[in-house]
Structures are given as structure tokens and as C-alpha cells.
Design a protein around this ligand. Sequence first.
Ligand SMILES: [Zn+2]
Length: 66
Amino acid sequence: MNKKETDMVDVIKCPHCQYLMGYDDYIEVGDMSGEFEMDCEKCQKPFKIDFCSMFYFTTEKLKEDK
Ligand SMILES: [Zn+2]
């Protein structure tokens, strides 16, 4: 993913004041995607959040018994 081409970040950023907030308090464990509305913790203005979670995979050969 090219960071320059997206506003996606792994924290919640207020679109009004750019304040960064953790998402732990807002997203239920197990939620893969969705949307919700909240008020900014700093400027108190409401905004909408769309979120989706991603998995990252790495694979590795198992050691072969010889
Ligand atoms: Zn704000």
C-alpha cells in the first residue's frame, strides 16, 4: 500500500482537528469491518468512521526432515 495515496491510518484521526485516538475503546473484538459515528475526544465534533481490518500473512518453508 502506498501511504501517499491513502488516508488510511491505524488510529482514528479526527477529520476536524486531526487529533489521533486509539480505536480499542470503539471497536468490538471480532469486528472485521463496519462503520460508526463518534465525537472527537478533543474538539467534540461528530464524525463517521468506516473501518476494515486486514490480515497480514507470511509463509515459511517447514524444515524438512532428512
Ligand atoms: Zn477533533
